[in-house]
Design a protein around this ligand. Structure first.
Ligand code: AMP
Ligand code: MN
Ligand code: MN
Ligand code: MN
Length: 280
């Protein structure tokens, strides 16, 4: 079975609608798909609805990707198999959305001070039904011709310590794990190979994550060398974490594709071990 347990729709910074994601998942022969929009479960219902109209089976796992602060790092924790209709969980996500909005206003202010005026309304239009992320700001800076690539927008303005960087007041990893567990889900460290930290710090992060009761970590994600991929599997084993896989798909492009996650390591317990996967 082909699993992809991390992707985005236009309810956060992905560009595809839930309907387009369903079609793409079918084309890419994905069997189990988790939608994990940033701090949101808004697209889940629509995704499930779209799937019910299809003849090819696809199991949808309700998920989200929570933004947290751990020491000076922004760490993403994926929640998988959450009850996306749970009222308390939805309220907590709304609080995160409010933090996101506040931060967007502050980013726009900082950009204005750098001579880039009136970004917020353009960013809001671009985000549409979705929550605003820095990826939207990056796209606006590309549209205005201020930078040529989104990556450049992060390097010059939006990345940690740059001119328009805002030190966000995200929740702690302990809170994220609690929120996910309270909603009946599993908490998984997203793309551990992408944080700009030495292995020593990654071990500290995993120690704290385990102490908080975390369940798993992604061991297959794009952009990992085979050495790093081996290291992630080793770490998962060492810390007793289950393994997860995710493409972190945002839009069709050269580097990421829905369902393209690499091979799951042998001798590691998968996060889906105890799930009943009724293929709908
Ligand atoms: P936010 O959650 O608002 O901080 O936005 C983070 C999102 O921006 C990530 O999920 C990525 O989609 C995107 N992103 C983060 N860093 C970069 C980068 N260096 N280059 C391009 N996109 C990035
Ligand atoms: Mn994103
Ligand atoms: Mn992420
Ligand atoms: Mn993601």
């Amino acid at each position: 079975m082909k699993f992809d347990l991390h992707c985005h729709s236009h309810y956060s910074d992905g560009t595809l609608s839930p309907a387009e994601l369903v079609t793409r998942a079918h084309n890419m022969q994905v069997d189990v798909l988790a939608l994990t929009d940033h701090d949101s479960v808004d697209g889940i219902h629509e995704l499930m609805q779209c799937q019910t109209e299809q003849s090819r089976p696809l199991t949808i796992i309700p998920g989200t990707e929570l933004s947290t602060r751990w020491r000076s790092f922004e760490i993403h924790i994926v929640g998988l198999n959450v009850d996306y209709q749970d009222a308390a969980f939805k309220k907590r996500l709304q609080d995160q959305a409010a933090r996101r909005h506040e931060r967007a206003v502050q980013i726009a202010d900082k950009l204005a001070k750098a001579g880039i005026e009136d970004c917020l309304s353009q960013v809001q239009r671009l985000a549409g039904v979705g929550h605003i992320t820095r990826a939207h700001f990056a796209r606006v800076l590309v549209q205005r011709g201020i930078v040529s690539q989104p990556q450049q927008a992060f390097n010059r303005y939006l990345g940690k310590g740059k001119r328009a960087y805002v030190n966000s007041q995200w929740i702690s990893i302990e809170e994220a794990v609690k929120w996910i567990h309270d909603a009946g889900g599993k908490a998984v460290v997203a793309h551990p190979g992408h944080y700009d930290m030495k292995t020593k710090w990654l071990r500290r992060l995993l120690t704290d994550f385990c102490a908080a009761g975390g369940d798993g970590m992604e061991v297959c994600h794009p952009g990992l060398s085979s050495d790093r991929q081996r290291l992630m599997a080793e770490l998962a084993n060492k810390y007793g974490l289950q393994g997860s896989v995710g493409s972190d798909f945002h839009f069709p492009g050269r580097w990421t594709e829905l369902g393209r996650v690499g091979r799951f390591p042998e001798n590691l317990e998968p996060v889906w071990k105890d799930w009943t996967l009724s293929v709908a």
